[in-house]
Ligand binder design. Structure first.
Ligand code: SF4
Length: 245
């Protein structure tokens, strides 16, 4: 885990963000179903780890640096407007909080990047669009839930910190926002990291040297999930044991 002081000024990768939105739009309901099933069945423990390997790395930047270099709310949220979650989940844009006041509470942004490397046999076996999609969501959901849980434990050790999830909130079967209700579990809701307009594709490339891959006619060699962790103080390295490896 290291503080990454060298960041580039790469231009934004519109094409990649377009693909990301297209993938999310493809079947957001499937993701919700898979995550709920995973929670009910304890899939984090159940998932066959021989099918994939997760390597998680943590780097961090001052909030001001990340906002200057990697936040472009207008451009990024333009993509979000094409996502079916837009305005339908309290974790997603447009956020119902004062974003400036929220982010302004924190001095540091930790990026928790999980690279999920898939076994080549698994990639061969999943040879139809249905199998590819279902397997992709199952694996990503299991890893997301695992990291979500670990970051919540870390929050408990660091009062005043808060985690940001890699994707939308999936705590309830149906989010109340669709029908104009209030969030059922506001204490448990964690905002999606990209809801603030952070440019995850660039961050992942610049900080972790990872290009984000997507499923096409086969499973990708690896998936990438990026969570956030916002703090007022730097986090002692020992506290990342069990998360970064
Ligand atoms: S906790 Fe439930 S109501 Fe609140 S954002 Fe998550 S899914 Fe929606």
């Amino acid at each position: 885990m290291e503080y990454n002081a060298s960041v580039s000024n790469d231009s934004f990768r519109h094409e990649c963000m377009g693909k990301l939105c297209a993938q999310i739009m493809e079947d957001t309901r499937l993701e919700d179903r898979v995550i709920r099933a995973a929670k009910m069945a304890g899939a984090v423990q159940r998932t066959k780890m021989m099918d994939y390997t997760v390597k998680t790395h943590v780097k961090y930047l001052p909030m001001q640096v990340i906002r200057d270099k990697y936040q472009d709310r207008e451009k990024h949220l333009g993509y979000c407007k094409h996502c079916p979650r837009y305005g339908k989940k309290w974790s997603c844009p447009p956020l119902s909080i004062d974003e400036e006041a929220f982010l302004g509470q924190y001095a540091w942004v930790y990026l928790v990047c999980s690279k999920i490397e898939l076994d080549s046999e698994l990639i061969k076996q999943k040879d139809t669009p249905e199998k590819i999609k279902a397997m992709g969501w199952e694996i990503m959901s299991a890893v997301k839930l695992d990291v979500d849980a670990k970051l919540r434990q870390l929050e408990d050790k660091l009062p005043g910190s808060v985690s940001l999830s890699a994707t939308a909130c999936n705590l309830c079967e149906e989010c109340t926002r669709k029908d104009g209700g209030i969030c059922r579990q506001p204490d448990k809701l964690r905002y999606a990291i990209d809801a603030f307009g952070f440019t995850i594709v660039e961050l992942t490339k610049d900080l972790f040297n990872i290009d984000i891959l997507w499923s096409s006619d086969h499973l990708p060699e690896y998936y990438t999930l990026v969570h956030g962790f916002l703090t007022r103080e730097e986090v002692p390295e020992s506290l990342w044991q069990g998360i970064a490896r």
